[in-house]
Design a protein around this ligand. Structure first.
Ligand SMILES: [Zn+2]
Ligand SMILES: [Zn+2]
Length: 371
């Protein structure tokens, strides 16, 4: 069988590792299994990203093993700080690092791109182009591309103080709950009562603390929110999914319980959504939708007007510390002080009165809270 030169090139690339930066290599699983190739390149450290697999040469190389599927909803960004550190440490000691997954196309290039982006302050496309010069077959899945973009947007600083990252984690948690029936590591918004206490304490310790923060760079000129985070429920078309908007940054006034006035949620933990399609959205959920349609046709009723209110009768919030029973699929939300019923939550999502779906949903009735 004769192979075209392009096919031969791509086969060659698949079977070899490429040096992306001095000392930093990228490959699929074949070179990682070949001690000959590892020795030839002088590899000392290996970042292994496979579904479930033990290191091939434990004791001979220093491994960092991430058991992660090449799945759009896999949370890779949470690993960026540790993989970046691992790579930087290895290179700093004069070592050579191989980052590999199975094909060397999606998972491992994402990790290499994250390293390049942080080290050289690059945008996603710049890092990707740089990697593709050496390994053209590289193409992270859509979810990983979104995570790389988010990494850039949050200034290469993976931290729950960034609203965008927190919202991403909440979506990841919903996927985890729906897929596995439990949530391993629940990230919750801070109770405004404890936040206030903590802030007061911090101020009293360091009265003149400068608020200008850290070494973390801020490459994003604007904080335009991207809404191309992974779709939540595979069974639901992405268009039906509401965008997790930016928080209403209308000052620090938290939502309060109408009955006892306890502060419930700070404004940056209130999630906005696009008001839905009214009747169309409601029909989406109707179990006997066909019956309604035929009734409408037979009785010659003019096309249904969106008689339902298009205003939102609920606040959607991030899951927050004081909500009880969050490991359940759904439940009630009660005031942590007076116990009056405020709303409901569901990890699979709920529909707002405006017709829009919010997934997951932590919903407070507007009649029960002061906004
Ligand atoms: Zn609404
Ligand atoms: Zn209350």
């Amino acid at each position: 069988m004769e192979l075209t030169s392009a096919a031969m090139d791509s086969a060659k690339i698949l079977h070899e590792m490429q040096e992306i930066l001095p000392g930093l290599f990228l490959s699929g699983v074949i070179p990682a299994d070949s001690e000959e190739m590892l020795k030839e390149k002088g590899i000392t450290h290996i970042v292994q990203m496979t579904d479930v697999r033990l290191p091939r040469y434990p004791g001979k190389y220093l491994y960092k093993v991430l058991c992660v599927p090449d799945w759009e909803k896999t949370n890779l960004i949470k690993h960026f700080p540790e993989t970046n550190r691992f790579i930087a440490d290895a290179l700093g000691k004069g070592g050579k690092v191989l980052v590999h997954c199975v094909a060397g196309a999606s998972r491992s290039p994402t990790i290499v791109c994250a390293y390049l982006m942080k080290e050289q302050k690059l945008k996603v496309e710049e890092a990707l182009e740089f990697v593709r010069i050496k390994r053209p077959l590289v193409g992270p899945n859509q979810g990983f591309m979104s995570q790389l973009q988010m990494y850039y947007d949050i200034g290469y600083d993976v931290n729950t103080s960034h609203t965008q990252y927190r919202r991403f984690l909440i979506e990841s948690m919903a996927v985890e709950r729906q897929t596995f029936g439990y949530i391993n590591d629940m990230v919750l918004a801070q109770d405004p009562m404890t936040a206030t206490a903590a802030a007061a304490a911090a101020t009293s310790i360091v009265p003149n603390a400068s608020s200008s923060s850290s070494a973390s760079p801020s490459p994003a000129e604007s904080t335009t929110t991207t809404t191309n985070t992974p779709a939540l429920n595979p069974a639901r078309p992405p268009v039906a999914r509401p965008a997790m908007g930016r928080p209403a940054s209308a000052g620090p006034r938290p939502l309060k319980c109408k009955k006892c006035r306890r502060a419930l949620v700070s404004r940056d933990a209130v999630i906005t959504h696009f008001p839905g399609q009214g009747q169309a959205s409601f029909q989406y959920r109707k179990r006997d939708g066909t019956l309604h349609v035929s009734e409408a046709v037979q009785s010659n009723i003019s096309p249904i007007q969106p008689a339902v209110s298009t205003t939102c009768q609920s606040y959607f919030i991030e899951p927050i510390e004081w909500i009880q029973g969050l490991h359940e699929l759904e439940g009630k939300i009660s005031c942590p002080k007076c116990d009056s019923k405020l709303g409901t939550f569901s990890w699979v999502g709920e529909q707002c009165s405006c017709g829009s779906w919010v997934t997951p949903a932590f919903m407070l009735h507007k009649g029960k809270v002061d906004g």
